[in-house]
Design a protein around this ligand. Sequence first.
Ligand SMILES: *Cc1c(COP(=O)(O)O)cnc(C)c1O
Length: 341
Amino acid sequence: MEINLISDTVTKPTPEMLQAMFNAKVGDDVFKQDPTVNEFERIVANLFGMEAALFFPTGTMANQTAIKLNTNPGDQIICDKWSHIHLYEAGGASFNSGVNFNLLDGKRGMITAEQVKAGINDPEFYHAPLSKMVSIENTTNKAGGACYDIEELIKIKQVCVDNNLKFHLDGARLWNAMIAKKQHPKQFGALFDTISVCFSKGMGCPIGSVLLFDAETMPKALRIRKIFGGNLRQSGYLAAAGIYALQNNINRLEDDHNRAKELGNTLQKLSWVSSVQPVETNIVVFSVVDTIEDKQVIEKLKQKGIAISLMAKNTLRMVTHLDYKQVMHEYVLDALEKIEL
Ligand SMILES: *Cc1c(COP(=O)(O)O)cnc(C)c1O
């Protein structure tokens, strides 16, 4: 058995999703003539109660476009120190938008309204970069899939309104957060200027992210996507996968979360595991005791056909997803208990 738990991006489209893609009516989306992309963007915008949505090839490009829309060169973004936009977008914020970061010391990748407020530079003090945008991640990636309470986000929004700051949500795994916390997309749509959501993670699509914003932002967003090289032609084939995922793959995220919790519970009992971070969604982050090498664990599991990834020294990660089925899960739980280190 080959079991890949390195990320939820490893899923392959199911036959049903492929059939939906195969059947898609397409056109040239650069002329906005692809009916399936147009429909997909409309559906996602409506779901969040936002005015407009634009399809992107990657989550990185959607986030980078949001940064470009919300800032000018020299401006400062306030976000957690572990943010994807800071750590994992190859310096794109400075390359593409000429901005810098005020990195807050959040808990499990999450920041508070109080921290944001304290992190804003006085706009009159022209020596400091102008604070322009707050970005939060939900669920948090590096921090192991933690998710925000809506109450804290409402408080952060108020700080943004009071201080004339744009509010961006990097919602690559927002679907997981909404299932775990029983929240509705419209609750998020009401709070943010820009929201990016991925379809190539828990949703099981091969490609695709969507950026949401208001109607008057569309011309500028189209221009920036063009500049970044993200205009696609008959992308309705990809949008069809997204529509399929919205209809079929959201509620089943619960299974991924339950399996992740069970993995966490099993790991907790093992003598070679020193700690397991709280499992809130589909990401399990755990540390191994000092007396063994992290690479030993990865190697032993690899011999049993199970791939997991290294996050930091002695810290490992497993991510559950659509292609991680119950039979595999039982096999992994058993393999973990039997592993000798
Ligand atoms: C995966 C991810 C992205 C975007 O990744 P792409 O690989 O570019 O689609 C953005 N933010 C977070 C938090 C992510 O986990």
